[in-house]
Every structure is written in structure tokens, then in C-alpha cells.
Write a protein that binds this ligand. Structure first.
Ligand code: SOE
Length: 377
């Protein structure tokens, strides 16, 4: 077993999901590397120390450049706001460190391209955490599609609905609310939530070739947490778009943070010539499947409980019938990453894969601005 010394930057929500994955992976997956929580890095020394105590990191850094300069760090994991991804990832790649990055890749396509260039020039192993690919039911959907069971695909539909920003008293910016600040996030639901839907869609159904979109910002001004000043809101609160895929199918996507009652309702449905698939994050261990070729006595929607030992990832967990959840998707990505690392390979979605998602996000935002269909180069 080889040690892989991790230096993780960012002690927020995603810092916790990634740390949990590093700690759990060897308990459940037979991989040749053992992640060692070597250092946590964050600007606030007290918060970073508290995080280190909670998750048992060996040391604390408050300067990410100092972290990258350390010889005892093999891999840099970036869990910081989006506007810092490029600078840190490029510096880490140039220093020859392995790079793991929480989604999305970048603020925009141009920045993403510089990141892909740097990572490819350095040749370091990399991955971007788009964790929902590794929900066992979603991975099973990929296997079903690749097996040809759906036949020709006609429609791809996805939603990601939340309701946590409806109050106009909610400020923008700062540690907890940077996702609402366009300067830190790049965009609103498009880069934060539809990016997840697009990563899964491109993986399951292939390239998106053109889009037409609309966005809305319902609350136009919010106080900034850091300055106390009321500022214009620059993010999209809601976005809906239509698209065409390279395989000829049509896509329909919607995301909002204003769908009262929905907390993280990521759903997708794919309709093919022979069969259809449906999945819902709130019931994440089930995959609904309808096959028109079934005999007429039993034909209907089946709800497949994706917990059997021969289903994706499930043989590594408990016993058939017992469920796993959200945090396990990150464990799966780390397990795959460590498995591929032995072969010197990166793990999908790589920086280059995530750039495809970024290009579609940019096209969506451009279309919403111009009112025109936008082709994806
Ligand atoms: C936003 O609320 C958020 O936390 C996203 O940033 C995550 O990527 C998504 O998985 C859940 O929702």
C-alpha cells in the first residue's frame, strides 16, 4: 500500500465531502493507494485548525502557494470558490502535483482552456468531482444505455430544483454565500446545478451541439456579506434551456433556486425507441425502467432497487437491499481515481471532460443574453 499525501484547500461543505471520501475509501475499496490527510489549507487559521482537529489533518496551512511548495504533498485537492480554481490548479499542475478539483472546472470556457492546457502539459493525473455520475443507479443507467437497451434515443430531460435563495433578505458573498456572488461563482444555477445535469447528460447521451436558453434573476439586489453594501445580483437565479445532442436527440433542462419545497431535486429521464429510464436524487437508489419489448402481461414501469452486490459499486458496501447515499458518490470517485492512478491515468471527468460541460454552460448563458440559438464549437 502506497501513501498518497493530500493537501486539501477549502474547509467548507465540499472540503468535508472530499475529506470523508479520503478517510473511508480504504475501508471499503481494495485500492493500492492510501490517502493521507497531510494538510488542510484555508485563509482563516482558526477555522483551518478546527477543521484539522475534526477531520484529523496532520497540519495546517493558510497560504495555498506554501502548500503547493511542500515536498511532502503529492496531490492538491481544490474545494474553494470557483474564481480561485484556475490559479490554484495551474500552479499545482506546474509544480507536478496530482490535481483533484470540485466542480465546476472554471469561471468560463477561456479560463477552462488555460487549465486544460496546463494540466496536459504537465501530464499530471487529474479529475473533477461531478459526483452524481457515481450514484450507483446513474452508473447503472450508463451501463443500460451502452448496452443498447434503449435503442435510438429521442429525448433527454433533466431538472435540478432548489428553494434556498427565495428570501430577499439573504445576503450574497462571503464564506457561506459565495455561490450567490457572480464574481466568486461565475454564474448562478447554470454553473452550479445545470453543470451537474450536463456532466451526466454528456456522459450518458453524448455531445450537446446547440442550445437556446432563458435565465432570470428574481431578486435584483442583495446586501454583500463582506462589504455590507447593497449590490446588484449578477447570477442567474433560474435557467431553462432546450438543446440538440450530436446523436439527434432533443434535450430539455431546467434549474432554479426558487422552486418552493424542492431542496435538491435532481431528476433525469431518457426516452429511447425501445425503453425509457428515470432517476430522482431524492430516491437515489432507485432506477425506473420501462421496456416496450416486455411481454404484455407484465409490461410497465419497474423500479429497480440498485442495491444488489453485482450492481455498480454496491458489492463494496453492505449486503443486498441496504442502501447508501450522497457521501458515497465521493468515495466512489476517489476509489476510481486511486485505481486509475496505479496505471498512471486520470479519472473521468478529467479537466478536458469538464471543459465540455463548461462550453455548454457558456453557450447557455450567451443564448440567454442574446435570445439566439448558440452552436457549441
Ligand atoms: C448548491 O446548493 C449545491 O451545494 C451545489 O453547489 C452542489 O454541487 C450540489 O451537489 C448540491 O447543491
Amino acid at each position: 500500500m502506497k501513501d498518497l499525501n493530500i493537501g486539501l484547500i477549502g474547509y467548507g461543505f465540499m472540503g468535508r465531502t472530499h475529506s470523508n471520501a479520503y478517510k473511508r475509501v480504504n475501508d471499503f475499496f481494495d485500492v493500492e493507494y492510501r490517502p493521507v490527510l497531510k494538510a488542510i489549507c484555508g485563509r482563516n487559521a482558526e477555522n483551518a485548525q478546527a477543521f484539522a482537529n475534526q477531520w484529523q489533518y496532520e497540519s495546517v496551512e493558510t497560504d495555498w502557494q506554501a502548500l503547493i511548495a511542500r515536498d511532502d504533498i503529492d496531490a492538491i485537492d481544490i474545494c474553494t470558490p470557483n474564481n480561485t480554481h484556475a490559479e490554484i490548479a495551474i500552479a499545482a499542475a506546474k509544480a507536478g502535483k496530482i490535481v483533484l478539483l470540485e466542480k465546476p472546472l472554471s469561471m468560463d470556457t477561456a479560463e477552462g482552456e488555460t487549465m486544460v492546457k496546463a494540466i496536459e502539459e504537465s501530464g499530471v493525473a487529474n479529475t473533477v468531482f461531478y459526483n452524481y455520475r457515481r450514484v450507483p443507479a446513474v452508473t447503472l443507467a450508463k451501463q443500460i444505455i451502452d448496452d443498447g437497451k434503449l435503442g435510438r434515443i429521442f429525448h433527454y430531460r433533466a431538472n435540478f430544483l432548489q428553494d434556498w435563495t427565495i428570501s430577499e433578505d439573504l445576503p450574497q458573498g462571503g464564506a457561506a454565500l459565495w455561490r450567490l456572488d457572480v464574481d466568486a461563482a461565475g454564474s448562478g444555477v447554470t454553473g452550479d446545478l445545470l453543470a451537474h445535469c450536463l456532466d451526466t447528460a454528456i456522459w450518458l447521451n453524448g455531445k450537446v451541439t446547440s442550445v437556446t436558453a432563458m435565465t432570470e434573476t428574481f431578486i435584483k439586489e442583495r446586501m454583500h456579506t463582506l462589504t455590507g453594501e447593497v449590490q446588484e445580483v449578477g447570477i442567474d437565479d433560474a435557467c431553462a434551456f432546450l438543446c440538440r445532442f450530436e446523436n439527434g436527440s432533443l434535450g430539455l433542462f431546467e434549474s432554479t433556486r426558487y422552486a418552493r419545497g424542492h431542496k435538491a431535486l435532481y431528476t433525469l429521464e431518457i426516452n429511447g425507441e425501445h425503453a425509457s429510464i428515470k432517476w430522482d436524487l431524492h430516491d437515489l437508489h432507485r432506477l425506473d425502467y420501462f421496456d416496450h419489448r416486455d411481454d404484455s402481461l407484465t409490461r410497465g414501469w419497474r423500479s429497480v432497487h440498485v442495491t444488489d452486490g453485482d450492481m455498480p459499486y454496491m458489492g463494496n458496501w453492505w449486503v443486498p437491499g441496504l442502501q447508501i447515499g450522497y457521501e458515497h458518490t465521493f468515495v466512489h470517485q476517489v476509489a476510481d481515481f486511486l485505481t486509475n492512478l496505479v496505471k498512471g491515468e486520470s479519472t473521468a471527468p478529467t479537466f478536458a471532460d469538464a471543459l465540455e460541460t463548461q462550453k455548454v454552460c457558456d453557450a447557455v448563458l450567451e443564448s440567454a443574453r442574446t435570445g439566439q440559438w448558440v452552436e457549441i464549437a
